[in-house]
Design a protein around this ligand. Sequence first.
Ligand SMILES: [Zn+2]
Length: 282
Amino acid sequence: MRALACGGTVRALAVRSTHVARTLADQHEASPLGAIALSRVGTSALLMGGMLKGHEQVGIEFKGDGPLGAVYAVANAAGDVRVSIDAPDVDLPRRADGRWPLSLAFGAGRVTVTRSLGLKEPYVGVVPMMAGEVAEDLAHYFLMSEQKPTAFGVSEVLGPDGIRVAGGFLIQGLPGAEEAVLEALEARITALPPLSQLYAEGMDPEGILARVFDELVVLERCPVQFRCHCERARFESVLVGLGVEELRSMAEERESTEITCHFCNTRYFFRSEELLALADNA
Ligand SMILES: [Zn+2]
């Protein structure tokens, strides 16, 4: 859900992404930690995608020196998201308080946000990873890279069968927002129970925002879903990009070359005749 509040000076988005998070975990055969990373980065991308229009899209990459490697999500204004992950099966012991050590799994690194707004060059912002818990890092990104005060929350409830519920919210001061209004909102957000608890109790995104705002103008509600936009033609151009000589030697070495999409694990096979034809046409 996308909404405006405080006389149009604050934007608010909320999403329940349980189905998407489960799909991502299944697709990547993720461990509990891998599922949390996929859920949080994917849910964050959906929220930031909700700030876009038309064919614009946003990419968020969390890349650290920990065992998880990189997690990269791409989302658009239509509520589509896809996520790749280096090590979906990463496994670390839980903390003493029962929480999964996501920040340890990420390690030290950086957060890169790429927004393709239909201009020649995408807008790219990079900040060091601070908390490694995803939401805090993205709030930090908005403040440092875009000078926008932002409250960001993404979380999930994990059961024995994986993700039970997942969701998030994004509340951002727009130009003209009064300092006192933002401070009052911050106090309310800080006082909220964990989002996952609210979702587990059956509250919907609108209900959560209603606890923060006295009045909301709802702009749009739309479904969100996992969707990969990969197609054979895109991988053909990747192959062509390797160069004619490389294509010819690949065609000589093996009868069939396999390329796997990192987002959805679809496998594409190219027979050596097809590689040669690509080389001839390149
Ligand atoms: Zn794909």
